[in-house]
Ligand binder design. Structure first.
Ligand code: HEC
Length: 168
């Protein structure tokens, strides 16, 4: 059977669109699996590093005070003398490393609502089961595994005694 030019063009573009949709469907699960590193929760902690390595406290501090990335200071205050605006709806991060182990800090960052369903603290390393996700964040965690480890390393360095504290 012979098709007119325009009809065959339409069929071809339709086929191309279906092929693209199929590709997206096929890739979607891999994209998700590739983004989140697997981790195990033990009690109220994630004992193992998400990357297998220790994070960098200086990079972690930068993420915590960043108004676009971590947004931590929207709710928390802490030993950040140079930061004029700090939050007061959550506990101060001062001394967090004395109160919590690295594993406990990691779970609180990864998925705080696991420990307290009603908390306003966001899940920084989670992609499914979130409601009210901005389109830009769909399908990716707010922070990457390396950034979580950097923040954990920074928080762990915040000790109760001012002398042991990280200076900016
Ligand atoms: C929208 C508000 C909000 C944001 C943003 C937020 N948190 Fe929290 N966070 C809380 C609240 C509220 C708690 C108290 C625990 C609870 O509600 O269960 C908390 C608890 C914590 C704790 C445990 C504190 C303690 O000593 O009990 C740590 C550590 C922490 N947050 C770190 C962070 C870091 C780091 C960031 C940024 C990457 C951050 N939070 C962003 C609201 C927030």
């Amino acid at each position: 059977m012979r098709m007119t030019g325009s009809r065959s063009r339409r069929l071809k573009s339709l086929a191309r669109r279906w092929a693209l949709a199929g590709l997206c469907l096929a890739l979607a699960p891999c994209a998700h699996a590739a983004v989140l590193a697997p981790f195990e929760v033990a009690g109220d902690a994630i004992p193992q590093s998400l990357t297998g390595d220790k994070g960098d406290p200086a990079r972690g501090r930068a993420i915590v005070v960043d108004r676009q990335k971590g947004l931590c200071l929207l709710c928390h205050s802490g030993p950040f003398a140079e930061q004029r605006f700090q939050g007061d709806i959550a506990p101060s991060l001062e001394g967090a490393g004395s109160r919590w182990s690295e594993g406990q800090l990691r779970l609180r960052l990864v998925d705080a609502p696991r420990l307290n369903r009603d908390t306003s603290m966001p899940s920084y390393y989670r992609i499914d089961g979130l409601n009210r996700v901005a389109p830009a964040f769909k399908g990716k965690p707010v922070l990457e595994a390396q950034q979580i480890e950097d923040v954990v390393a920074f928080l762990a360095s915040l000790r109760e005694t001012p002398t042991a504290q990280e200076k900016p």
